[in-house]
Structures are given as C-alpha cells and as structure tokens.
Design a protein around this ligand. Structure first.
Ligand SMILES: C[S@@+](CC[C@H](N)C(=O)[O-])C[C@H]1O[C@@H](n2cnc3c(N)ncnc32)[C@H](O)[C@@H]1O
Length: 385
C-alpha cells in the first residue's frame, strides 16, 4: 500500500481568486486554441491549473514534521495560496517565473511522496523522485485539463470517445511538443535572413507555420469558392431606409450570415398560393443598446422584410416571430390563422416547404456580431422548392 498524505485540494482553495480568473478568461482568450472549436462543459484553464496544482501539492497539515503547529500550517497554506493566485491569472499562462514556481512546489511535494514510499515494492517504477507521475484525462473533451497538466510539467495524456475531441487534444498537447524549440519551415520564414539567427522558443516556430499555411489555405479557399460568398454593397437606397448605415454608403462589406426562415403554404384558402415564414423569432440582436429586429411589411397578398435597429415597438411580437405561442405551432403572417404542427409536418413530407431570406448580417467597422444588420435583399421574394 502506498503512503498517501492529504493534498491541499482536500483542505482549502483560494476560490475567490480562481473564480475571478476563470470568469475573466472567457473574454480575453482570443487567439487561444480553445476558441477554435467550442466544447461543451469546457473547464476554464485557470480552474484546471489551480485544481491540478492543489492535487499535486501536500496540505501543510499532512507534514507535521515540517509545520508542527496550526499557525505554521496556516502560514504555509497562505504561501501556497499566493502561488495559486498568481498561477490562475491569464497572463501567467506564458509567465515562466510563475509557472516555474508552481512546478518547483509540485516537484517538492512529489519528492516527499517518493521518500514516504521508498519501501514500496514498485518504488523504482512508481515513485521515482526525478520523474513526476504522468497525467491522464480519459474524458478530455476540449482538453483544458491535460493542457494545463502539461504546462505544469506533467507528461499529459488525453483520450475521449469523440474523435473531434481527440483531434483537438492532438493539436493542443501532442503535436506542439514535437516541434518545441524548432524553427518554422515555411518558405517565407526561411527566406527572411533576419530570422535565421532567431531563437525559437516553445511552439513559436510551429505557430509561425500554422499562421503561414492557415493564410495559404484561406487564400486558396477564397480563390475556389469565394464567388459563392459575394460582398454586399451599401447603396443610397439602403441608406434612405436605414440612415444609421450612412457611414457605409458605397462600401462593400463582408457578409457574416444570411438569415433564412423556412416557409410553408398558408393554410388560409384565401392565401393558399403564398408561402409564409415559420420564424421562431424576429429578434436579430437582443444585446442592450444594440437591439435589431426584422419587421415584416405586408403588401397586398405578399410581404417583405425590413430590418430595424433599436427596441421593437412590439417586443412580444418581435420575440415570438410567427410562433403561435404553443410549442411548434405557428400562424400565418398575413391572415393570422393558426398553422398546426401537423400541417407543417405533412407539407414537409410532401416536399412543399420553402425558405425565404429574412436578413443579411455584415461585418461592420467595430466587430462582427450584429454590428450591422442590413435590410434583406430578398424583398418580398419567397422561394418555394
Ligand atoms: C464534459 S466533457 C469534458 C470537458 C473537458 N473537461 C474540458 O475541459 O473541455 C465530457 C467528455 O467525455 C466524453 N465521454 C463521454 N463518455 C465517454 C466514454 N465512455 N469514454 C470516453 N469519453 C467519453 C465526451 O465525449 C466529452 O468530450
């Protein structure tokens, strides 16, 4: 039986500092691999780092030979907390001084653990004071925990049922160490003489290659399929309807999203030739101060969409779109008659559903999401299959 001592995590943690760093991290981790693919229940890197550290380091109460009184234990615990408070900061992910202090503490506890277990029958294999134990996360998901284990100096292994998670973990913890300290190989970096004598630390060289070849792939994709994603030009006609777009008049903007709604033939016999939208909401942005919504305009037997910015005049109507309130039921935009779920299902089975473009979201000057919502170019067009 191995001799075990109480670890810090079993006694106390500086939770407030960990929580603050975890919440802050969400808004500043731009460019981090974790933003490449969103994974559910992904652990904040700060929390992963703190928890790993506190699992590896002994609680001072378990070392009475070193900290004989409660007061001495408290002082030592506070010293460990100070390391954690620094360690959880986003800026510390690349701060070797902070990381090395944490690693040294882990190594110190490990050596004591090995000393405790030097008579263990498998001591040579399991309790080598010069080799930290390996770490394995069998449900690694987005890989926060093995990534942070690696950062803290442990040999990290990750596995997962889902091949996407496996790919993420390969990209994050398996491939980068293979290229650690190596220069980039892309032709641009190779031809730049000023880079020849540069020292490439960690994954810097690999990152340079990822940037170069990522740009190459983007350019190639644009050459081949870019024509399928035309930019949208802000015309004087659009500005007349949306004065807030004045600053963009005459400019071509990159489209981020085309927002479509499914359509179904109106069950009202008077409008049986009109396809009406099944829109679960007309709100495009509910962000305070940046509200935007679609406002349908009914014209004769048809309709078109306009996009408005600001709070809707009819907040409930904008929120509900053409939903009838009851789950899965809608109503005819023109006549208001209910559209039962069973009717939509039957029309769908007969291949009679259509779609209509409600709005286009384009990239504005200050960020992307719903910065700029343009009026739909679809006009009153309703496309049936
Ligand atoms: C909550 S996620 C893990 C999130 C991860 N801790 C992170 O920080 O990103 C749980 C993961 O367990 C994986 N999983 C579920 N059942 C599994 C099984 N039987 N074997 C391996 N992985 C499994 C899922 O694919 C999922 O990626």
């Amino acid at each position: 039986m191995a001799v075990t001592r109480k670890k810090l995590i079993e006694v106390a943690l500086p939770l407030e500092a960990i929580n603050i760093a975890s919440a802050r991290e969400k808004s500043i981790r731009h460019g981090h691999p974790s933003t490449l693919h969103l994974w559910w229940a992904r652990r904040p890197l700060a929390a992963a780092r703190a928890v790993l550290f506190a699992q590896m380091v002994d609680d001072p109460s378990s070392r009475p030979e070193l900290f004989p009184t409660e007061a001495a234990q408290e002082v030592e615990r506070e010293r460990l907390f100070a390391i954690i408070r620094e360690l959880v900061k986003w800026e510390s992910t690349t701060n070797e001084v902070v990381l090395e202090a944490a690693r040294a503490e882990i190594r110190r506890s490990w050596r004591l653990t090995c000393e405790d277990n030097k008579d263990h029958p498998q001591a040579a294999e399991l309790f080598d004071p010069d080799k930290l134990p390996a770490f394995h996360d069998p449900f690694a998901g987005g890989g926060s925990i093995p990534l942070e284990a690696q950062r803290l100096g442990l040999e990290a292994y990750a596995s997962d049922l889902n091949p996407v998670a496996v790919l993420i973990n390969k990209a994050m913890i398996e491939i980068p160490p293979k290229f650690a300290g190596r220069p980039p190989v892309n032709p641009k970096s190779r031809s730049e003489k000023t880079l020849h004598c540069r020292v490439w630390r960690g994954a810097q060289g690999l990152a340079e290659d990822v940037r170069y070849y990522g740009q190459w792939m983007r350019d190639e994709a644009f050459k081949r399929i870019g024509h399928l994603y035309p930019q949208v030009e802000i015309t004087a006609e659009m500005v007349a309807e949306r004065p807030d777009l004045k600053a963009y008049q005459g400019r071509k903007l990159t489209v981020i999203a085309w927002l479509w709604a499914r359509t179904v033939r109106s069950p009202n016999p008077a409008f049986a030739d009109v396809h009406v939208p099944l829109a679960s909401t007309f709100m495009l942005s509910t962000k305070a101060g940046k509200e935007a919504y679609v406002e349908p305009v009914i014209e004769g037997n048809g309709y078109r969409f306009t996009v408005k910015v600001g709070k809707p005049r009819d907040p409930e109507g904008a929120k509900n779109g053409t939903r009838a309130g009851k789950a899965q039921d809608f109503m005819c935009l023109i006549s208001g008659v209910p559209i039962a779920r069973s009717y939509i299902r039957d029309e769908g089975k007969d291949g009679k559903l259509g779609s209509t473009l409600m709005a286009i979201v384009a990239e504005g000057d200050r960020g992307r999401v719903y910065e700029l919502v343009l009026r739909s170019l679809s006009g009153c067009c309703v496309t049936a299959p």
